[in-house]
Write a protein that binds this ligand. Structure first.
Ligand code: ATP
Ligand code: MN
Length: 574
């Protein structure tokens, strides 16, 4: 961060001291006059926090402030600094990532028989929710809050109006960046269907509240509310609504909700890219030759693919203008950088700095990317990519899946994590996350797989498995696939250049991979050939295959024989 003597910090401190005093006296006067709620900004005619979600006796209520106003408040609060890119930089505090073990769903008449209960959707009772929310309301008494009216789902048929009430201005600005933005006229008559209340400063007490620890995110489908406390990680807001849509769309509207990015080629062909965190959804969907629909969450309705969001949330670790020009250039005024470091004592971001976390991020409205689809809707996909960062270096950088393999890999949702950054730790760990997004699925994974199967049935949609991870050996021996090669392979697939090339079959995983591809050295296409030690490859491939099979055991009973037959065959190969 900035040095203690930096003039900007001095300025902020002076302003803050002045402001704290002023706020204190305003608060006193308001209390004396018994009119705590001072409302500012653009507030709709029917907008009423007390009537809708019971929030009252607040300090100032700032409705739909502009990004400039939110930046100003963030800086004056001492919660962020302006970087020389024009973007503001904030720190999210104790949590720099989501906390899946502290994500709960209210179990009641509506959800009891529909939600997939377990580690992903941990039940809490209505009473618990109400009691915790009451304590949260008490916490917010007398405090300033920021309210944002926004919506999700770029396809008007599925639009969902949201109201996000936050303790901090930057959380509110995140909601502005990430959700779809209503016009001023729309705000005037805005009715919120779902409410999100986010108070990072409010800490739950496990003994009183029945939470696991002091932070929580709770979804209540009956009250149509998400409450978040004890964590400032902005991704909780975004993924909270994603989880809601993962329930509402498949369950009530027969739309497949997907953890994927999407873009459209010049001929109007849509491509979608499924993948777990860090596999390349955001990076690979920003392609100068294709218009972006969205980088993370989409719905697939009859013949359309639409973005849930209105912004992007990109990783910034090791970001460079050369490799990722579109994302780099989106970091300007209006963007919010999270948990980054700085070059020396300057206000220049140092994207190589992972001191706070490797999960450094930037959020920005989608129109910060040059070539986008407006509205963020495309036709049904012609190509589907499953992205996996295979740190074992076993899977081919590109392979084409049969329909059965597609279903198998969709249910498996494989990626691998590198064990850590410490020297000497080289063994990666597998992650299997059904539908490439298990953590956000309120329904059983089979529901989403069934919908995908129906969508693929009888079509010539091509499904590709892309390994954006390791080649030439596992993590520690090999190296990560060059981004420029992955881009070239995807381009080749999208432009039909792989339609007439020869394919070979990889043993064990039985994946069909092209033996040549424009812009890519042929020798990297067969992963086994990139390993100096072939016996080590075979051993690792079998080891990985075993884990696939073991993971799939939980789904075996309800999976058809043809899909089960697409499982890897563990055997020693020549
Ligand atoms: P999240 O769901 O967390 O948003 P994501 O799928 O969008 O994750 P990205 O933000 O695209 O993941 O992250 C991919 C990261 O991997 C980027 O930092 C990118 O620079 C890096 N990377 C390195 N090599 C490759 C490659 N061959 N293909 C894709 N990404 C690569
Ligand atoms: Mn992403």
């Amino acid at each position: 961060m900035l040095s203690q003597s930096h003039p900007l910090l001095k300025f902020i401190r002076e302003k803050q001291a002045y402001l704290t005093e002023a706020t204190y006296f305003c608060g006193k006067i308001a209390l004396l006059k018994n009119e705590c709620m001072n409302e500012f900004g653009k507030r709709g005619n029917n907008a009423d926090l007390k009537a809708t979600i019971g929030l009252e006796n607040l300090g100032n209520v700032f409705w739909n402030l502009t990004p400039a106003e939110l930046v100003e408040d963030t800086i004056l609060n001492g919660q962020g600094v302006l970087t020389d890119t024009g973007a503001i930089a904030i720190e999210t505090g104790e949590f720099t990532g989501r906390s899946p073990k502290d994500r709960f769903v209210v179990k009641d008449a509506k959800t009891e028989n529909s939600v997939w209960w377990g580690d992903v959707n941990i039940p809490v009772s209505t009473e618990q929710f109400d009691a915790l929310y009451n304590r949260m309301k008490a916490y917010l008494t007398g405090k300033d809050v920021y309210v944002r009216d926004a919506y999700a789902c770029a396809d008007d048929n599925f639009r969902m109006n949201l109201r996000v009430t936050t303790e901090f201005p930057w959380s509110n600005m995140f909601a502005y960046n990430m959700f779809l933005r209503p016009t001023d006229a729309e705000i005037e008559n805005f009715d919120a269907e779902w409410n999100i209340v986010c108070a990072p400063g409010f800490l739950a007490n496990p003994e009183i509240d029945g939470t696991r620890q002091h932070n929580f995110a709770i979804l209540n489908f009956t009250r149509k509310m998400i409450i978040i406390g004890g964590t400032g990680y902005t991704g909780e807001i975004k993924k909270g609504i994603f989880s809601v849509l993962n329930y509402v769309l498949p369950h009530e509207k027969n739309v497949l909700s997907m953890h994927c990015s999407a873009n459209v080629g010049e001929g109007g062909d849509t491509a979608i890219f499924f993948g777990l965190s860090g596999t390349g959804k955001t990076t690979l969907s920003s392609d100068p030759n294709r218009r972006l629909i969205g980088d993370d969450e989409h719905g697939w309705a009859d013949n359309s693919v639409f973005n849930f969001e209105g912004g992007c949330y990109a990783k910034t670790i090791d970001l460079s203008k050369e490799k990722e020009p579109q994302i780099y250039d989106a970091i300007k005024f209006g963007a919010i950088l999270e948990n980054i470091g700085f070059v020396g004592e300057t206000s220049t971001p140092d994207y190589a700095d992972g001191k706070i976390t490797e999960n450094t991020r930037v959020s920005y409205p989608i129109d910060f990317i040059d070539n986008i689809m407006t509205p963020s809707v495309g036709s049904g996909p012609k190509n589907i990519f499953f992205l996996t960062a295979d740190a074992f270096g076993v899977l081919p950088p590109i392979s084409r899946l049969t329909k059965e393999q597609a279903m198998y890999h969709f249910m498996s949702g494989y990626t691998a994590k590198v064990a850590g950054t410490e020297v000497g730790i080289t063994e990666p760990t597998t992650t299997f996350s059904a539908c490439f997004g298990k953590a956000f699925l309120p329904l059983h994974p089979a529901k989403y797989a069934k919908l995908l199967g129906e969508k693929l049935e009888g079509t010539d949609i091509k499904v590709w498995l892309i390994n954006t991870g390791w080649s030439g050996g596992s993590y520690g021996v090999g190296s990560r696939m060059k981004l420029s090669y992955t881009r070239a392979m995807i381009t080749a697939a999208l432009t039909g250049k792989l339609d007439n090339v020869e394919f070979a079959t990889l043993p064990v995983f039985e994946l069909a991979f092209p033996t040549s591809c424009e812009g890519v050295p042929a020798e990297i296409l067969n992963p086994r050939e990139t390993w100096a030690d072939k016996a080590a490859y075979d051993k690792t491939a079998n080891h990985l295959a075993e884990q696939f099979v073991k993971n799939f055991e939980i789904y075996a009973a309800e999976t058809s024989a043809d899909i089960l037959a697409a499982a890897p065959k563990t055997k020693m190969t020549v």
